[in-house]
Design a protein around this ligand. Structure first.
Ligand SMILES: [Zn+2]
Length: 398
């Protein structure tokens, strides 16, 4: 059992200095902690562990040879190149997912939702690989697995059966993909994945890149199905580019509908689409989460998985400079993500899991603007990264 822990002089979410008391992996009242180990946070900002609400753990090339990317400009070019690369490079989903998790642990990422490919070439091998990693690294990070039909579901016979098998094997969430431009049949695609979710009692997470009216139509179909199946709080739309391209009254109407059904939106602040109206989304009570999407993969070579850098990027992408906005993007990468992916026991209050990251900064806005490294990461009351360096007996990844 881990010893009780007292963290002196921390500033929860950038507020006044406090001491935090931890017993059995959770925050408790001061008088419940005895014979504790103490650490001095020296006034650093204490944030609950960052939430990576959208990545692709099975596709990162971290630690592998440089991949010379010759992919064409369209999404279908990328899907084809990605499938070919998986075959040619022999990407080992178990090893690669472990590499990404250990890399982002040092940044303070303690919860991850990963889309994992299911298709008729690889079957559910990648799901099984990421499940193995989740089992091995479960003490360090929570991992949710989305069964994701990257290559399309309706046009590729056999994919739906593989999705079903992935969910039976341990995937947590039903994934969907562009119901019109890839699936060519929005109603049938959404009916199929929502039926799958209903049958398995699982949440839904849909990649939706469709622009303008086409995207808005798909969002309306998602709202209808969420309401019909009482899936409020269990549906996420990833990207939702259309929200950035509609006129303002249409934008506001759709955002209100999403908020009413407690459908979360995940945005990475993609540079390849107009920025989403973050302030309006937050003001409307919509749950907004963020993520890195694929990092260092065959889709694109960028990214390191640091969710504090993602917060800064979201702020820059939305032309934000004032401190309150910077604090709000930090909230998106922590509490927003936790709500979006349905984490229990998340936060910095008594009773919550003691999963936190100490960031050396004077204010939360400064933390977002400068993204300092040298962070200390605590998982269930155990120091796993100290000043940016692995602490304790962390597993070594091949
Ligand atoms: Zn994605």
């Amino acid at each position: 059992m881990t010893a009780d822990l007292i963290i002196r002089n921390a500033r929860p979410f950038g507020g006044p200095v406090e001491d935090l008391f931890i017993r059995d992996g959770r925050y408790v009242a001061a008088d419940r902690v005895h014979a504790a180990v103490e650490i001095d946070a020296a006034g650093h900002i204490a944030l609950p562990g960052f939430v990576e609400a959208h990545t692709h753990l099975d596709k990162t090339l971290i630690g592998m040879d440089w991949f010379e990317n010759r992919v064409g400009p369209t999404r279908n070019d990328r899907i084809l190149a990605d499938r070919n690369a998986k075959r040619e490079l022999g990407i080992d989903a178990r090893r690669q997912s472990a590499r990404q998790i250990m890399q982002t642990l040092a940044f303070g990422v303690l919860s991850i939702r990963s889309h994992v490919d299911v298709d008729t070439e690889i079957g559910i091998a990648n799901i099984e690989g990421v499940l193995e990693t989740r089992e091995a690294l479960g003490d360090l990070v929570d991992v949710q697995i989305v069964a994701f039909p990257q290559s399309g579901m309706l046009p590729r016979a056999g994919t739906l059966e593989l999705m079903d098998a992935a969910l039976k094997t341990g995937a947590d969430i039903v994934g969907g993909i562009d119901p019109a431009s890839i699936e060519r049949d929005p109603v049938r695609h959404l009916d199929t994945i929502f039926a799958l979710a209903d049958r398995h009692g699982k949440p839904v997470d849909i990649h939706l890149h469709e622009p303008g009216d086409l995207g808005a139509f798909c969002l309306e179909l998602i709202v209808e199905r969420t309401r019909a199946l009482s899936l409020q709080g269990r549906v996420m739309v990833s990207h939702a580019y259309c929200l950035g391209t509609l006129d303002t009254s249409r934008q506001a109407g759709l955002i209100d509908q999403l908020a009413a059904e407690r459908i979360a939106v995940m945005t990475v602040g993609s540079p390849s689409a107009p920025a989403l109206p973050l302030r309006l989304m937050r003001r409307s009570g919509l749950t907004v989460a963020s993520g890195s999407d694929g990092i260092q993969g065959t889709w694109e070579p960028y990214g390191n998985g640091d969710m504090l850098e993602r917060a800064r990027y979201l702020a820059q992408r939305n032309g934000m400079a004032n401190d309150a906005d910077l604090e709000d993007v930090a909230r998106i990468c922590t509490f927003g993500g936790a709500e979006g992916i349905g984490l229990g026991g998340y936060g910095l209050c008594e009773g919550c899991f003691a999963d936190l990251v100490l960031v050396p900064a004077r204010t939360l806005a400064e933390a977002v603007a400068l993204t300092p490294q040298g962070r200390t990461v605590i998982r269930r009351g155990r120091v796993v990264v100290k000043g940016g360096e692995p602490a304790g007996d962390l597993p070594t990844i091949e």
